[in-house]
Design a protein around this ligand. Structure first.
Ligand code: ADP
Ligand code: ZN
Length: 296
């Protein structure tokens, strides 16, 4: 059986593992994300002596250059995260091991992981969204992660505002895009404290987050026709938010899309992830396998 390296490169921590499936990991390590040289150095060193590996897959925070023809393929592009703009992610790994290196966004990676072993099993076209410190989304189309101009940036979809709502939103680029209205920091800014400390205001906060989330999902349904939407992240732990988001999505669609999958309140259509914290490492394994088979 093939043996792969997997890296989940997050803004606060890196997780590295060796294995072939999420239930068969031979070794795993976590360390804080510092500067690119030190962090990628630790990731590279972790794989030393744990091979031979057939490939390494990286599910990486972005934005990323995923254009194979580009001289900066596999680099981060411009990120607000200090020190990481233009960082070469693939180069140091390839130079160290000379094996195929797969890379994709953290959310495309998580989508692939959920597609292989989790809530997207058996599907070919689906969306994975995480609602946390930021909002991100990965898209799998006909079994492959969607790239194009760059890669999907679902967190920054523009959504209609609740009439009369004047909260400006927290996105430094757009103000009241989806992330600016419904991310954890957006909820904290609107209410003056973190989402999980809201108490009596929780029900109203849930409705105000569900509206933009539901509209964004309706737009995804209309644009991509996914077979399912998987939605996770810390904010989705708010009681009732998943149900309210489904309801808002269906309201925004207005019975236009005729599919039995949307019946019964879309409870089997908009679902939580199955792999929880393991979706990123699972995604890295799928990305490694895709790289080994020269898929991208
Ligand atoms: P990250 O996005 O940083 O990778 P998470 O997906 O855990 O990590 O999201 C963190 C965000 O989720 C924070 O803004 C936090 O306030 C929020 N959050 C975490 N737990 C809860 C909870 N139980 N209820 C509501 N919000 C939560
Ligand atoms: Zn934005």
């Amino acid at each position: 059986m093939a043996l792969y390296g997997s890296i989940e490169g997050g803004g606060t921590k890196f997780v590295c593992a060796v294995g072939s499936t999420p239930t068969d990991l031979r070794a795993e390590v976590q360390f804080p994300t510092t500067n690119p040289e030190e962090t990628l150095g630790r990731a590279t060193a972790f794989f030393e002596g744990r091979g031979p590996l057939d490939a390494i897959g990286v599910a990486m925070f972005g934005p990323l250059d995923l254009d194979r023809q580009s001289p900066t393929y596999g680099h981060i592009t411009a990120t607000p995260k200090a020190g990481w703009s233009e960082a070469d992610i693939v180069g140091p790994l390839f130079d160290a091991y000379r094996i195929p290196i797969g890379i994709d966004t953290d959310v495309n990676g998580a989508a692939l992981g959920e597609g292989r072993w989790g809530a997207g099993e058996g599907l070919s076209t689906f969306v994975y969204i995480t609602v946390g410190t930021g909002i991100g989304g990965g898209v799998v189309v006909n079994g492959s992660p969607l790239h194009g101009l760059v890669h999907p940036e679902i967190g920054h979809i523009r959504v209609p505002r609740i009439p009369g709502d004047t909260f400006p939103g927290t996105c430094p680029f757009h103000g009241d895009c989806l992330e600016g209205l419904a991310s954890g920091p957006a909820i904290a800014a609107r209410w003056g404290r973190p989402a999980k400390e809201l108490g009596a205001e929780t029900a109203q906060a849930v409705e105000m987050a569900a509206q933009p989330l539901g509209f964004a999902m309706a737009n995804l349904v209309l644009a991509l026709s996914p077979e399912r939407i998987i939605i996770g992240g810390g904010v989705m732990q708010l009681p009732g938010l998943l149900e309210a988001t489904r309801r808002q999505m269906l309201g925004a669609l207005g019975d236009y899309v005729g599919s039995a999958a949307l019946d019964r309140g879309a409870c089997a259509y908009v679902v939580g992830p199955k792999l929880g914290g393991a979706s990123g490492i699972a995604g890295g394994l799928v990305l490694a396998e895709r790289a080994a088979y020269l898929l991208q």
